[in-house]
Ligand binder design. Structure first.
Ligand code: NAD
Length: 482
């Protein structure tokens, strides 16, 4: 009951703030964005410390993958805010002559952002940037699975942004459920698809639109004509260099040809030795697994009967530290759990096929992924990959880096999510594009009004076909009447 009362109070207070018009002016929006920018700069050490406490995240990853992305999102929004807010004039059309037409971006109102634990600073603040830029009031519910970052956000946000319009509500399932029971103007959820379905069913009650940023199994197809050393480094960086594989766009599995697999495996092993040394569990550059539930889940994936003897590199773990070494598995069965569920951790299976084109069938037999990667120098294969593989995003010859480009939408398709954000897409996610036609009292076309007559229909047909004579006749009030 306490959670429900707190959720209702937060929503009511923000609704009153929004109704006051406070969030609408560009000056208010820019001030909040500048506040977030200052927060990221002044609190860098505190943010890194929270991320270290939650995930043992290396400082470089904390800065590059979380703080700097929040900073660049704020800067991009500040730079483009006026342009985004400006009504967009469009052709008015002869049918409504004389008139003007425009598309005006209006804020949706009071929105709810629910974020996930794996990039707990970025995934919380980045959608809030879009919501503020579009002129909304926001409730942010950070993930309780990253408690240090959640507490830090609850402490910092009121110090850097207008607390009457941006609120942080901490908590787990009861608190999130209480929030979901309220009526929002949009819900932006990042997390797994199971909870995505829960979010959507709550949203359906109020016909609330949702953005669902979900996950899935992101494939990496490796052709045999690649620069092997570069490919291995880029795969390793997107996997273990992204929160130990606990990233929604981390490579989930590799597909390569049977004859190329040994070379790729050797290259990956060499790169991993170089990145994390002979004792990777002691490397400060490898994040830990977020909690013992996920540690046990990952351990069980490796221990499954049909999978256990497929480990060809790594496999060590330390339950005390919640660390699992970078692990490569070769030719795990496609019906094993590790190939059926999103791995979300440092295990990387390699599937082999006779011909590289067979990879399309393997990928398409699963749910549509959030990202799909192909390493190849063959432009025909790239074209075929782009045409035949449906994914939220796609990169040729690298992994994960597409999310750094604010000109690209970031979001899933099918079971990897719906809607998108980043850059302009963040603003669009939180704005309603209102169609506006502005007419004068001139240009009264009587032909549109009853009583309908064959003569009126003839003129209307002419107008609809773009016949200039009919247009002049319509505007001049032909035929008379009405
Ligand atoms: P999580 O456990 O932090 O859950 C996400 C949010 O949902 C949290 O705020 C949590 O409080 C809330 N929640 C959990 N259970 C709930 C319930 N029963 N009812 C209502 N709310 C509930 O995060 P997670 O789901 O473990 O995150 C990992 C998943 O998220 C992976 O599938 C990953 O691929 C995906 N993900 C996607 C993106 C993206 O941008 N597309 C980014 C990060 C993670």
């Amino acid at each position: 009951m306490e959670a429900v009362a707190a959720a209702a109070e937060a929503r009511e207070q923000l609704r009153a703030s929004f109704a006051s018009g406070r969030t609408r002016p560009a000056a208010w929006r820019a001030a909040q964005l500048r506040g977030l920018l200052r927060m990221a700069a002044e609190m860098e050490a505190e943010i890194c410390a929270a991320l270290r406490a939650d995930l043992a995240k290396p400082r470089t990853e904390s800065y590059v993958h979380e703080i700097s992305l929040v900073t660049s999102s704020c800067k991009f929004a500040l730079k483009n805010l006026k342009k985004w807010m400006k009504p967009n004039k469009v052709p008015a059309g002869m049918l409504t002559f004389p008139s003007a037409a425009r598309v005006s971006a209006e804020p949706l109102g009071v929105v709810l952002v629910i974020s996930a634990w794996n990039y707990p600073f970025l995934l919380a603040v980045d959608p809030v940037i879009g919501a503020i830029a579009a002129g909304n009031a926001v409730v942010l519910k950070p993930s309780e699975v990253a408690p240090a970052t959640s507490a830090l956000l609850a402490d910092l946000l009121p110090r850097y942004v207008d607390g009457s319009c941006v609120r942080v509500v901490e908590g787990g399932i009861p608190e999130t459920t209480a929030l979901l029971e309220q009526k929002w103007d949009k819900i932006f959820y990042t997390g797994n698809g199971k909870v995505g379905r829960i979010v959507m069913s709550f949203a359906a009650k109020h016909l609330t639109p949702v953005v669902l940023e979900l996950g899935g199994k992101c494939p990496v197809v490796v052709d045999c004509n690649v620069d092997l050393h570069v490919a291995a480094k880029r795969i390793a960086s997107g996997k273990w260099g992204c929160n130990s594989g606990q990233a929604c766009i981390s490579p989930d599995y590799i597909i390569t040809t049977k004859c190329f697999a040994p070379k790729l495996l050797d290259a990956l092993k060499r790169v991993l030795d170089k990145f994390y040394g002979k004792e990777p569990l002691r490397s400060p550059d490898l994040s830990r697994i977020v909690n013992s539930n996920h540690f046990n889940r990952l351990q069980a994936l490796m221990d499954e009967e049909t999978v256990a003897d497929k480990v060809v590199f790594g496999g060590e773990s330390d339950e005390q530290q919640l660390k699992i070494a970078p692990t490569l598995l070769l030719d795990v069965p496609l019906d094993s759990t590790i190939m059926k569920e999103e791995i979300f951790g440092p295990l990387l299976p390699i599937i082999t096929v006779d011909k590289i084109h067979e990879s399309f069938g393997v990928i398409n037999s699963m749910s549509k992924p959030l990202a799909a990667y192909l390493f190849s120098n063959d432009s025909m294969l790239k074209q075929q990959f782009e045409m035949n593989v449906s994914a939220g995003g796609m990169i040729f010859n690298d992994t994960a880096i597409h999310l750094t480009n604010p000109h690209l939408p970031f979001g899933g398709v099918g079971e990897s999510g719906m809607g998108a954000y980043h850059g302009t897409f963040s603003f669009d996610a939180f704005a309603h594009k209102k169609a506006i036609v502005d007419r004068s009292f001139l240009g009264e076309a009587t032909a549109r009004y009853p009583p309908y007559t064959p003569a009126k229909l003839k003129i209307l047909k002419g107008v609809l076909k773009g016949n200039p004579v009919a247009m002049v006749q319509a505007i001049a009030g032909f035929p008379g009447g009405a």
